[in-house]
Design a protein around this ligand. Sequence first.
Ligand code: ZN
Length: 290
Amino acid sequence: MADAKALKNKTIITVATTGAWPKKKDNPNVPMTPEEIAEDVYECWKAGAAVAHIHMRDDDGNGIMDPVRFKKTYELIRAHKDCDIIVNMTTSGDIHADDEIRVAHVKELKPEMASYDCGSMNWLNSGLFINSPKFLEDCGHLFQELNVKPEIEAFDPGMIANAAYYIKKGVLKTPVHFQFCMGCANGITGTMKNLVFMKEEAEKLVGAENFTWSCFGVGHSAMEMLYGAVALGGHIRVGMEDNVLYSKGVLADSNKQFVERAVRVIKEYGREVATPAEAREMLNLPPFQA
Ligand code: ZN
């Protein structure tokens, strides 16, 4: 068990390999099949990622909440016996999926983490992203029952207040882990000022000792959020779910390329990259069971 002081200097890198939206036409390097995703996760783990946030796609590349594909991908990741990466499964990989199918794979596979989107919003100006009060209550209780740690995605400060409400009601258990989702259409924009604000809102509403946090920036806010997270002592998510471009006008070669950049930024800043074992301690997860 590492001492708490040593862990304070560690930054957890989450890689979000696929998401529900980017297609091969947007970037041919986005991993889509269980085989592609599992290999990609393994490469990202070798490069320094401690958590893999995964989504599934159907044969046409559309986001799908298919327990069979989740299971296959999970098994392929775990087939790498040396790889202890934390697997975080989305519950929001298809805005048309009903509440039952959104958690079917969580019930079956009991991943260490799964996403918990703490409110509803318009999605990409094209559809409704619904997380009803009933869904959030049921989901919070289910995760507690199954020992699945919610990754509380907050796309705006209202979702942090919502999380504080569910903590008070016992639906969510502290310490919680936030993912501040910055720069998504209809969500809070990805600026340093806003990132500081999100962190301070969480401190005010949830209590600094009761949460850990990570963030990501979509599109042109990606670098600002990467440097911001590291400077503010948070954790960082990178990958093609959030950005298909590595830099302006340049398509990313791989998810690993994003992880490698995050590793460089963390080290240059004088912090260290958390291993999955260290991330488990910081996130209050039990030790890895192979
Ligand atoms: Zn996701």
